[in-house]
Ligand binder design. Structure first.
Ligand code: SAH
Length: 229
């Protein structure tokens, strides 16, 4: 499926007006955001809004994050061409596709099988071969291929899941939203030997990270959870 000229133009405008104009300066990140066809990761009905400065629903009460947030998390994780990066929360597969343009390999864990299957299908259609999508509880990470140079969690956690901290390589970067159901702080944790160091980046609002080291399903399902990201 070829994209229209209008879609390519909207994507260039998105990069200039939403990313470059803010604090996205990493040229590799700007190039990846300019390249990955975001409209393919949203529902057909939402395609006219695919390049808007906002999150969009992807079904199952989940969302694809605002482009700026995807770019910010990608910039913070500093993926290099030789890295294997772990993502928790595949959702639409868009963030995974952006990371795949920068890293050697991306492993992405998703708890909702239908979303995992849909993301796999779109990535295959786009010829993106270096993403592996795994179904399961990502709060436990994916020990089989640890440690990771980069970890990105795209759902809001009550606290840093210990399994993810333990699967971070020396010098590795872990980017995740931590806080309450209604709002979180985007944090970056960096490992230096046995120690991890935290930076607080910006307030954000993500859907809940549900699992063993996240929220319980009931806590996450309560009325008033703010959907955003
Ligand atoms: N990165 C996605 C957006 C993620 S929305 C994108 O680019 O579209 C958050 C996703 O995290 C949802 O799909 C949700 O089902 C998933 N999720 C929540 N808790 C999870 C867990 N413990 N393990 C894996 N996925 C989880």
């Amino acid at each position: 499926m070829e994209e229209t000229e209008a879609q390519a133009l909207e994507r260039r405008r998105m990069v200039d007006s939403q990313l470059r104009s803010r604090d996205i300066m990493d040229r590799r990140v700007l190039a990846a955001m300019g390249q990955v066809p975001r409209h393919r990761f949203v529902r057909p009905v939402d395609q006219p809004q695919a390049y808007a400065d906002a999150p969009l629903p992807i079904g199952h009460r989940q969302t694809i994050s605002q482009p700026y947030i995807v770019a910010l998390m990608t910039q913070l994780v500093e993926a290099r061409p030789e890295d294997t990066v772990l993502e928790i929360g595949t959702g639409s597969g868009y963030q995974a596709a952006v990371l795949a343009a920068l890293a050697r390999r991306v492993i992405s864990v998703e708890r909702i099988p239908e979303l995992a299957a849909q993301a796999r299908r779109i990535l295959a259609e786009l010829g993106i071969m270096n993403v592996e999508i795994i179904e399961g509880d990502g709060t436990r990470g994916h020990a089989a291929e640890a440690p990771y140079a980069g970890i990105v969690v795209t759902a809001g956690a009550p606290r840093l899941p210990v399994a993810l901290r333990d699967q971070l390589a020396d010098g590795g970067r872990l980017v995740l939203p931590v806080g309450s159901r209604d709002g979180q702080m985007l944090e970056r944790w960096t490992r230096r030997g046995g120690e991890v160091h935290r930076e607080r980046i910006a307030p954000v609002a993500f859907v809940p990270l549900i699992g063993d080291q996240g929220w319980s399903e009931e806590a996450a399902g309560r009325e008033g959870w703010s959907f955003g990201g």
